[in-house]
Design a protein around this ligand. Structure first.
Ligand code: C2O
Length: 556
């Protein structure tokens, strides 16, 4: 019945002039493309030959249909990061979680409706490390006739931040997994695909943002980097933050934005300075002793009428360990929480969860470089093992033996998470999910463990937005910390940093049936196993169950 109604809707939507609904159709052809950025020449995996990939435009309420065809030697899948996918988990995209990957020569049609969301998100490959070059922006405009809750900018510009390796990224990660050690850091950051004019390989000149005096611009900034959180800054200009992760925030002015992989930030910039050229920088934020790519990507804000010979006004990016600069941004974020856009924070909690997140060390006899050990990562000491059948399929078709539902709601070993690590750093392995009844409410505290090093982990939850109700340093104390939670206007997002040596608390309502991946959006940590999934049961109501899979769902 459900699928019949959907089919009917699709047919009706073919005549958008007659009814008030809209279809957006895209073809994504995954192809190899020769690229010569950054003094290296290599073949990269792309969508339609472009890096970054094209922007997917839609309006709130639209149905989006993307036919993805795989013309490369790798298996692929595409994730629409932050799109809620209400009842359409089959279109979410993480390989082996909601679908088997699209094999070479095959195609799959992603079909989903954007409900109750507007703003900037991103799409990216969700298998191995392919998302390093397979990514692009999603721009969801408000419904026709609905204004932004802030003054309309004169122009909007998509700014995609990325990370570039001179060598092939699939080789980089495979080599690291063999050794048991961390992979090479990238060779440069990029702004809209360019390392920029200050790079030693500036053949491209870099991205230029042309502006006219006294006009206002909205930058839709996306961090599509694999492993690095980034500071973003424009010389001489304040940024007014109006939205993160496709939810409106109370506007505030700031010099520097911090943005983790998977996050998006919309800022307004007024061209209110004397005409000239101003440097734009994207530089790493890492406040723990871990190697990063410290090459700052640059671009130029260029006032019209500026002579080519005019020197660029430069700015210094914050030092990479500038925790205070990052916190100044993070702590300023509040939901807009207006009449039209209320913050629906769950006020009661059905599942009170604590997940310890961090690294570990497991034996690996073949890992010579790692002296017989390998670095792993875990949540509640479970290093997630990717299944060979997609979890959502196993769930929907009742295939047993693919996963178990015993993911622990609390750390199995209690220790001083932010103190001296325990002697035994080994983790358990398993494909475990945590089960939630439809519409139940969840409070999840994620606690960084200082194992190997304390580190900021940007955790992304598929299928939901959540509210960031609290954060702190040290070990979470339920007695004292919970009292300080903001249950009124906490920021709503889909990816949140667990601070180095601290914790973050989120709340969400499990109102979307299906299987939803949750993982660190630093790709290396995902690879190492810092991932799990929530299984949300169907509800009893007519619109509360997972729809059946489309007929072209890929097979493993
Ligand atoms: Cu943006 Cu599971 O990913």
């Amino acid at each position: 019945m459900d699928s019949f109604i959907r089919l009917l809707l699709l047919v009706v939507c073919l005549f958008p002039a007659l009814v008030h609904c809209n279809l957006r159709r895209y073809n994504f052809d995954v192809v190899m493309k020769k690229s010569t950025k950054l003094c290296s020449s290599k073949s990269i995996v792309t969508v339609n030959g472009r890096f970054p990939g094209r922007t997917l435009y839609a309006r709130e309420g639209d149905t989006v249909i993307v036919k993805v065809t795989n013309h490369v030697k790798y298996n692929v899948s595409i994730h629409w990061h932050g799109i809620r996918q209400l009842r359409t988990g089959w279109a979410d995209g993480p390989a082996y979680i909601t679908q088997c990957p699209i094999q070479t020569g095959q195609s799959y049609v992603y079909n989903f409706t954007i409900t109750g969301q507007r703003g900037t998100l991103l799409w990216h490959a969700h298998i191995n490390w392919l998302r390093s070059t397979v990514h692009g922006a999603i721009v969801i405009l408000p419904k026709r006739g609905v204004p932004y809750p802030f003054p309309k900018p004169d122009k909007e510009v998509v700014v995609v931040l990325g990370e570039w390796w001179k060598s092939d990224t699939e080789a980089v990660i495979n080599q690291a997994l063999k050794s048991g050690l961390a992979p090479n850091v990238s060779d440069s950051h990029t702004i809209n695909g360019h390392p920029g004019p200050l790079s030693s390989c500036s053949s491209s000149g870099g991205f230029t943002l042309p502006v006219e005096s006294s006009k206002t611009y909205m930058l839709r900034i996306i961090n599509a980097a694999l492993n690095e959180e980034l500071f973003f800054k424009i010389a001489g200009h304040k940024l007014t933050v109006v939205e993160v992760d496709a939810t409106y925030v109370k506007p505030f002015k700031i010099d520097t934005v911090v943005i983790a992989p998977g996050q998006t930030t919309n800022v307004l910039v007024s061209a209110d300075q004397s005409s000239g050229k101003y440097l734009v920088t994207a530089s790493p934020f890492m406040d723990s002793p871990i190697a990063v790519d410290n090459v700052t990507a640059t671009a130029t804000l260029h006032y019209s009428g500026t002579l080519a010979s005019t020197p660029t006004t430069i700015t210094k990016p914050p030092p990479q360990n500038a925790t205070a600069v990052a916190n100044n941004f993070i702590d300023s974020l509040r939901s807009l929480n207006s009449k039209t856009y209320p913050a629906r924070v769950p006020q009661t909690v059905d599942h009170n969860l604590l997940f310890a997140v961090g690294l570990g060390v497991n034996p690996c006899p073949s890992c010579k470089a790692g002296n017989g050990t390998r670095v792993v990562a875990s949540m509640n000491n479970v290093t997630f093992v990717m299944p060979t059948t997609a979890l959502l399929q196993a769930h929907f078709f009742n295939i047993s033996g693919v996963f178990s539902t015993d993911f622990p709601g609390n750390p199995p070993n209690v220790f001083n998470y932010t103190g001296t690590p325990p002697a035994n750093l080994q983790t358990n392995s398993g494909t475990k999910v945590y089960r939630l009844a439809y519409n139940s409410t969840v409070q999840l505290v994620m606690q960084d463990t200082g194992i190997i090093a304390s580190e900021n982990h940007p955790i992304h939850l598929h299928g939901f937005n959540f509210f960031a109700v609290g954060k702190g340093l040290g070990n979470f104390n339920p007695k004292t910390d919970q009292k300080k939670f903001n249950l009124v206007d906490p920021v709503e997002r889909n990816t949140i940093g667990v601070p180095s040596g601290g914790w973050v608390a989120i709340r969400f309502r499990a109102d979307n049936p299906g299987v939803w991946f949750m993982h660190c959006h630093l790709e290396i940590h995902t690879t190492w196993g810092l991932k799990m999934a929530f299984l949300v049961d169907n509800g009893k109501g007519p619109n509360q169950s997972l729809l059946p899979p489309p007929s072209d769902l890929p097979k493993c």
